[in-house]
Design a binder for this molecule. Structure first.
Ligand code: ADP
Ligand code: MG
Length: 252
């Protein structure tokens, strides 16, 4: 197991003002296995990003524990969190989050430089090869397509050989062609390097790349599917649509 959450609860808002509170995660228990790609699906507001942020040490749980590589993330101070994020965790955002004034190569290497870690040139070459960025290394983000920018973000995430990559809707801003490129790269990194990936997505096609699909609703895990086909993933959401319609009928 690379990462896990036990009884993970996150409540936003003012503890003294009950009406302002939102339960984003409600006693979530989950293990993420090494060398697997897990997709997390669920409606908007169901807690997907909050789960990613708590797992990656970008946000603090209200209660419960998060463990990554045997280290208790939820008990760490800021300095320990920074170290953890540098050494163990890669994060890919929907909006790429590249530094606009730096070239693709500089963006890919920046986290290692900030951490004063050595750069493994062989690994860099391999990462550049598999992301297909060789001819784009000198370009700044504004000179790249969305798909190319996200591949730079993927290369940056994997360059540090993190224990786990958390990706929050990595294809949310991409067309279907670019999405396939990015998903293909993520999938290859699982197969070829044993990379562990947890990816939030709205797209059943993207989720069908995963070894496992979790569904969140109202801050709880409601489904846990192993190696589901595209049709099985679609069926989950078709069912839930019907349940919604039925409960609306009953309410009416
Ligand atoms: P998802 O990524 O599934 O769309 P989020 O994890 O972003 O969901 O949000 C879960 C719930 O927590 C939502 O109701 C959202 O409005 C709320 N929420 C998220 N972030 C904050 C925040 N910083 N402050 C207050 N409420 C938040
Ligand atoms: Mg989100």
């Amino acid at each position: 197991m690379v990462a896990s959450a036990s009884d993970l609860t996150k409540i936003y808002g003012d503890a003294k003002d009950h009406d302002s509170q939102v339960v984003a995660l409600d006693h979530v228990n989950v293990d993420f296995l090494r060398g697997q790609m897990t997709a997390i699906m669920g409606p908007s507001g169901s807690g997907k990003s909050t789960l990613m942020h708590c797992m990656a040490g970008l946000d603090r749980p209200t209660s419960g524990t998060v463990v990554v590589e045997g280290l208790e993330v939820s008990a760490m101070n800021q300095r320990q969190l920074t170290k953890l994020r540098r050494e163990q965790i890669g994060f890919i955002f929907q909006s790429f989050n590249l530094v606009p004034t730096l070239s693709a190569e500089e963006n890919i290497l920046l986290p290692l430089q900030i951490a004063k870690r050595p750069i493994d040139r062989d690994w860099f070459d391999k990462v550049v090869e598999v992301t297909g960025l060789r001819s784009r290394l000198g370009h700044r983000p504004s000179q790249l397509s969305g798909g190319q920018q996200q591949r730079v973000a993927c290369a940056r995430a994997i360059m540090a050989r993190p224990s786990v990559i958390f990706a929050d809707e990595p294809t949310g801003n991409l067309d279907s062609h670019s999405s396939r490129e990015v998903l293909g790269f993520l999938k290859d990194s699982v197969r070829d390097y044993g990379q562990t990936i947890v990816m939030v997505t709205h797209d059943p096609r993207a989720a069908s790349y995963a070894d496992r699909v979790l569904v969140l609703a109202d801050g709880r895990i409601t489904r846990d599917l192993r190696n589901p086909s595209y049709d099985e993933i679609l069926a989950v959401f078709a069912d839930e649509g019907e349940e919604d319609a039925e409960s609306e009928e009953r309410a009416a």
